[in-house]
Design a protein around this ligand. Structure first.
Ligand code: FES
Ligand code: FE2
Length: 450
């Protein structure tokens, strides 16, 4: 298939267990993705703890469209377009901060925190019907904004499924992130890691639940960790690094027997935890985790604590722009910039009511897996770039996403799961959603397990 016009039947890019490479290389497809996926789906914008006080603001993107999340004087969290109603300039140019009002840098038009126009210099010069209170003369509100337990999502589409309908069973991954806090609240803390790569945004999501790659792609850090003594840093942080990297080296037989992959309508999925509690999360030798469990039990009781800690998920992908990892309170936001350019921001969260060392462990984990100097992330970034370079060779037209295709199983919550974690079911599931958004403006229903 040569590069074809990009309207019409998107099914032509798929064959059973295969996808055409054009999806990852064609700038026209990328432009349509911005219109049809990122302008329709629920897009994660930020966490309400990033705008704690009235006047706090946090800038982000919906697709490539700049938006601002603000905390209004009445405490309401809002998301508005970051565009001046005068001549269109970006109003908020900093990433976050606190301001009593927003003032455009060009001619000084000033806006309330909810986006309403407040004042215009030289306004006597405008025609008589010039009216500051005209809603069109505002930083425009985003069509729909929903706050799910502190996670703020927005959709540019004025109708369509609600956030909860769109998330379906994936709300349980967001719940897991919050339920782990003894006080029932989390807060973004510790800054942000940013990285960029020359490659398509979809390959990032296609890697986060890829259980077939760690043993191979991350071999250098696996071997280095295997050579390390068990007796490392007493504060637990070194131990997290060593154990995480070693477990990336679990044999294929382990991934094929002990780990699961689950997918849900609208492109969402999560990978089961591939760490035994005795190796990573719950049994570090330092007493911090025991203190943490005690704090959790005190607030939530023994039975609820047990239920919470038995949720064992690794990365949860909420299509199309956010992935979270609840056991170490990580959250990654994917910003597509161009067909072959993607930026990812990673945030860490503090569990309120947990010992401070738990947050230090979160930061340690972030340094291992998401930090710009990470021994793990650097492998993946190189791979994303090599995918882009490889695809430009015009070699094989059809890419293979068929592993586990004939053994997908139905899931009790309306999705389908792989027969084991190495199934590429979650890639097929995302591409089903892709096809639905691109063809119809909403995600396609999950195909029945074959
Ligand atoms: S463009 Fe914003 S004040 Fe003129
Ligand atoms: Fe990786």
């Amino acid at each position: 298939m040569s590069q074809e016009p990009t309207t019409g039947d998107f099914a032509r890019f798929f064959k059973p267990g295969r996808v055409h490479r054009q999806l990852y290389t064609d700038p026209a497809i990328f432009e349509l993705e911005m219109e049809r996926i990122f302008s329709a789906a629920w897009i994660y914008v930020g966490h309400e703890s990033q705008v704690k006080k009235p006047g706090d603001y946090f800038s982000s993107l919906i697709g490539r469209r700049p938006v601002v999340m603000t905390r209004d004087t009445d405490g309401t969290v809002r998301v508005i377009h970051n565009q001046c109603a005068h001549r269109g300039a970006l109003v908020v140019a900093t990433e976050h901060g606190n301001a009593p009002e927003f003032t455009c840098c060009y001619h000084g038009w000033t806006y309330h925190l909810d986006g309403r126009l407040k004042a215009v210099p030289l306004n006597h010069g405008y025609p008589r019907d010039f009216d500051l209170s005209n809603p069109k003369m505002a930083m425009q509100p985003i069509a729909r904004v929903t706050n799910y337990r502190g996670f703020v999502f927005a959709s540019l589409a004025s109708d369509g499924p609600s956030l909860e309908e769109s998330l379906g069973h994936m709300t349980t991954s967001l719940d897991d992130m919050i339920d782990r806090a003894p006080d029932g609240e989390i807060e973004a803390a510790g800054g942000v890691f940013k990285h960029a790569y020359d490659g398509n945004w979809k390959v990032y999501f296609e890697n986060l639940c890829d259980a077939a790659h760690p043993l191979f792609a991350h071999r250098s850090s696996i071997e280095a960790s295997q050579a390390q003594s068990d007796d490392v840093h007493s504060d637990g942080s070194g131990e997290i690094a060593i154990r995480q990297m070693r477990q990336n080296g679990a044999p294929y037989s382990f991934w094929e027997s002990q780990v699961g992959i689950w997918t849900y309508p609208n492109g969402h999925s999560y990978l089961g935890d591939y760490h035994d509690d005795s190796k990573l999360v719950a049994a570090l030798k330092d007493p911090v985790f025991r203190d943490y469990i005690a704090a959790l039990e005190k607030k939530k009781g023994k039975a609820e604590t047990k239920r919470i800690l038995e949720v064992r998920r690794w990365n949860s992908n909420i299509y199309p722009n956010v992935s979270l990892m609840s056991q170490f309170q990580q959250l990654r936001v994917v910003h597509p910039i161009a067909v072959n350019r993607t930026v990812v921001h990673t945030y860490n969260f503090r569990l309120k009511g947990a010992p401070e060392q738990m947050f230090r462990n979160t930061i340690s984990f972030a340094n291992i897996v998401n930090g710009t100097g990470s021994l793990v992330l650097t492998d993946d970034l190189e791979i994303y770039n090599r995918i882009d370079m490889g695809l430009s060779s015009e070699g094989a037209e059809w890419l293979q996403i068929g592993r586990g295709y004939q053994s997908d199983l139905p899931d009790q919550h309306g999705g389908r799961k792989g027969v084991n974690s190495t199934s590429e079911v979650y890639i097929r599931n995302m591409l089903d959603a892709w096809q639905g958004y691109m063809s119809n403006g909403h995600a396609a229903p999950v195909r029945a397990a074959s």
